[in-house]
Design a protein around this ligand. Structure first.
Ligand SMILES: Nc1ncnc2c1ncn2[C@@H]1O[C@H](COP(=O)(O)OP(=O)(O)O)[C@@H](O)[C@H]1O
Ligand SMILES: [Mg+2]
Length: 362
């Protein structure tokens, strides 16, 4: 048994890495008790799990609340310190993509209910699933999560998840929502549902008053952006793949609602408004590196960049960027250079300390 999660938290506060927040500290109590249950010696014997007579109790925590309150940070702290090997932390969206792929495979065989073997395979080597950013927007996901999670819970899997919404607001206004409602009941029945009413939007705090636009390009800008990224992500990252219609947009460097990509990744390829909207739906903050000065021959790249900035602007996404020059000097001649003035002005506005503070949760 390791140190109590609250003690670990207090150490980070003492080291100046975190600001003390009673709501965050309180949330760790739930997580500590889950940890105790997970680390308790397991009963051996083939039938022991069926013979159990005491009630199973809640099987995890659904932690929800506004952006930047520390939900992902708390979940990661928990996940890192739970002393069992059979645990997994994964972005909810990425998990559902894996599930859909596994279902697709299972349906090729002669099974009545493809969810059964898929859930069983997950439960076989996982006792704890930690999901970041549970949200459901896809009808294919909405139609299976109820039975999938029912089976995971029955197999004894514990679940900790973060979300920007209360369970009853998941898949709001979604198609065939009545078929989705049992999942909401299941979550509320099986999980402790807790709102994290932390004192501040810490992400906003971390960036407030700090420069977020760095030019010119070079070793110094790269070093700065590396340091910011490390500070924001704690050195973690994973790949997130967004499905847009039949296509995929890959974000190789993603963590807890933040993505890091180069100008050429996002504007050097044939991506369009739908792709940028999907990106905006998935991130609260984008680190965009290496915006070049564009000449008239690069009107396609310029046009995509305009579309990208519009999407980020509308969606109130925080932008941290490195660029060859000031916004106003990035695209001076070529098709659409007049309209680019608006983009430059938006890039200025997005550097403001309060930018993104009123972003609506999706
Ligand atoms: N108490 C705190 N003091 C300082 N920084 C914090 C605190 N809680 C969270 N942070 C930082 O604020 C940022 C946002 O936290 P995060 O857990 O991603 O929020 P959420 O998941 O609720 O949107 C992260 O960089 C995180 O490390
Ligand atoms: Mg988060």
């Amino acid at each position: 048994m390791g140190q109590h999660l609250q003690a670990i938290y207090d150490t980070r506060v003492a080291e100046g890495l975190l600001r003390p927040d009673p709501a965050q500290r309180a949330a760790l109590l739930h997580l500590e008790s889950l940890r105790g249950r997970l680390e308790a010696p397991q009963r051996k014997g083939l039938l022991s799990r069926f013979k159990r007579s005491e009630p199973v109790g809640k099987q995890g925590l659904y932690l929800w609340g506004g952006v930047g309150r520390g939900k992902s940070m708390l979940m990661d702290l928990f996940h890192t310190h739970v002393g069992i090997k059979e645990r997994r932390r994964v972005h909810f969206h990425a998990f559902m993509q894996e599930v859909q792929a596994a279902l697709h495979e299972a349906r090729k065989t002669d099974v009545d209910d493809a969810i059964k073997p898929v859930a069983a395979a997950i439960a076989r080597n996982t006792r704890l699933l930690c999901f970041d950013e549970m949200q459901i927007t896809d009808i294919a996901d909405a139609m299976i999560v109820g039975r999938l999670f029912q089976q995971l819970f029955e197999a004894g899997v514990m679940v900790v998840t973060t979300s920007n919404r209360h369970p009853s607001d998941l898949y709001k206004d979604g198609l065939n929502r009545q078929l989705f409602l049992p999942f909401i009941d299941l979550l509320q029945d099986r999980l402790e549902v807790e709102q994290l009413e932390a004192m501040a939007d810490y992400r906003q705090d971390r960036l407030a008053g700090e420069p977020v636009y760095f030019c010119p390009l070079g070793a110094e800008a790269t070093k700065t952006i590396d340091a910011i990224w490390r500070d924001l992500t704690g050195g973690h990252e994973e790949e997130l793949c967004l499905k847009v219609k039949a296509r995929e947009v890959r974000l190789p460097r993603f963590w807890a609602g933040m993505a890091r990509a180069s100008f050429w990744d996002l504007c050097g390829q044939p991506l369009g408004p739908g792709d940028y909207l999907a990106l905006v739906g998935a991130v609260e903050l984008l680190v965009l590196e290496g915006i070049p000065r564009l000449d008239a021959s690069k009107f396609n790249e310029a046009k995509r960049f305009v579309t990208l900035v519009d999407a980020l602007y509308e969606g109130q996404v925080r932008l941290i960027a490195t660029a060859e020059d000031e916004p106003e000097r990035l695209y001076l001649e070529g098709a659409g250079s007049f309209e680019f003035e608006r983009t430059a002005s938006r890039l200025r506005e997005m550097q403001g300390a309060d930018w993104g503070a009123n972003r609506e949760t999706l």
